[in-house]
Design a binder for this molecule. Structure first.
Ligand SMILES: Nc1ncnc2c1ncn2[C@@H]1O[C@H](COP(=O)(O)OP(=O)(O)OP(=O)(O)O)[C@@H](O)[C@H]1O
Length: 330
């Protein structure tokens, strides 16, 4: 079994007692070297959870254990935060007047000058920022600043890297690259990464473990593929895969027998090839999505969505044979 590095036990942090805010009774474990993504919509409590893990917020109940030892709160130590963890926030907290090299090297002591230099260059190579070493922070793009912030966080023998919305400043192209970088760095250095994101794609692509938070509560946790295919709540399927949700009565009109009050399926589960039990739907609209199209389909007043990989195969107002071989009941 892998080594457990962080345990969160029944953690509760409420900002206002009379209102639901913050997080409630959250428990989970993180293994050493894992990438964990905390996902949820705005205001769900993701940052609160991250700050509690780091020891920046005083918790109301429960505890965070780092290697079996309780993480101290901000009122229990001089400098809040855990010395083996580093947090990269959206503002990066870099010295904007200093050069990239100096920003990173400043985290190391001067007792071994050559070692300090070697380690700083090694870290800059890890993050592909060696060519920026003499640039000032003000001369860098948002994505480049982000890499410097991560290099700075990682260099002082950090065991756990906490990232709050790490891709908020970057465009789609750079985002893919940064995601891949974080994955590579985690594998190369063995660092445990806990990141907060409101974009489910970040978690699905990067994480070994997803933590889905809604209104301060942990809805579900587990490996991305498992959580995606076995959502325990409708919200999870909507957040991760923009799932189609039908009432049992609507589902029945399409020949789907629900075991509960709702039927849920992902658009890619809809089969557009005719078979003995397929039904004729009308294509109400077609949305271009790049390498695929999303079809809005209607039958008996019920609308669903499906994925069409062969662009243009079915067009608006066409009639198509549709089969829904797999769905979930809630
Ligand atoms: N310092 C604070 N005082 C009072 N309420 C707060 C404070 N910080 C956060 N909250 C409330 O607690 C809830 C969770 O906030 P949090 O910042 O953890 O959510 P989040 O999921 O990280 O949101 P976002 O994605 O928008 O950053 C929200 O309702 C928020 O308004």
């Amino acid at each position: 079994m892998k080594e457990k590095i962080i345990s969160v036990r029944n953690l509760t942090k409420q900002y206002q007692k009379e209102q639901a805010s913050g997080i409630r009774d959250i428990s989970f474990d993180i293994e050493k070297g894992q990438i964990v993504a905390i996902l949820g919509e705005s205001g769900s409590g993701k940052s609160t959870l991250l700050k509690c893990i780091y020891g920046l917020l005083k918790t109301d109940e429960g505890e965070v254990l780092f290697k079996e030892k309780r993480v101290l709160g901000p009122d229990e130590q001089l400098i809040p935060g855990h010395k083996e963890m580093k947090m990269v926030t959206q503002d990066f907290s870099l010295n904007i007047y200093a050069k990239v090299y100096d920003n990173i090297a400043s985290m190391l002591s001067n007792t071994d000058v050559q070692g300090k230099r070697d380690k700083t260059f090694q870290m800059m190579r890890h993050l592909n920022i060696e060519h920026l070493k003499d640039k000032k922070i003000t001369e860098l793009s948002g994505g480049e600043q982000q890499r410097v912030a991560i290099a700075k966080a990682l260099i002082s023998d950090t065991s756990v890297l906490l990232l709050d919305e790490p891709f908020s400043q970057v465009d789609a192209l750079l985002k893919n690259q940064l995601r891949a970088d974080i994955k590579r760095i985690a594998v190369e250095t063995g660092v445990t990464v806990i990141m907060v994101s409101h974009d489910p794609a970040d978690g699905l692509f990067l994480a070994d473990q997803l933590l889905l938070i809604k209104e301060g509560q942990l809805l579900q946790s587990g490996a991305p593929a498992y959580v995606y295919n076995h959502p325990q709540h409708i919200y999870t399927a909507q957040l991760l895969g923009n799932a189609v949700v039908l009432d049992a009565a609507e589902a029945e009109k399409l020949g789907l027998q629900s075991k509960g009050s709702k039927v849920v399926f992902y658009p890619e589960w809809v089969d557009l090839k005719g078979s003995w039990n397929s039904r004729r739907f009308e294509v109400k609209d077609v949305y271009y999505k790049g390498f695929y199209e999303e079809l809005l389909l209607e039958k008996n007043g019920v609308t669903i969505r499906a994925i069409q990989l062969n662009r243009g195969e079915h067009k608006k107002n066409d009639h198509v044979q549709v089969n829904i071989p797999k769905f979930l009941s809630f």
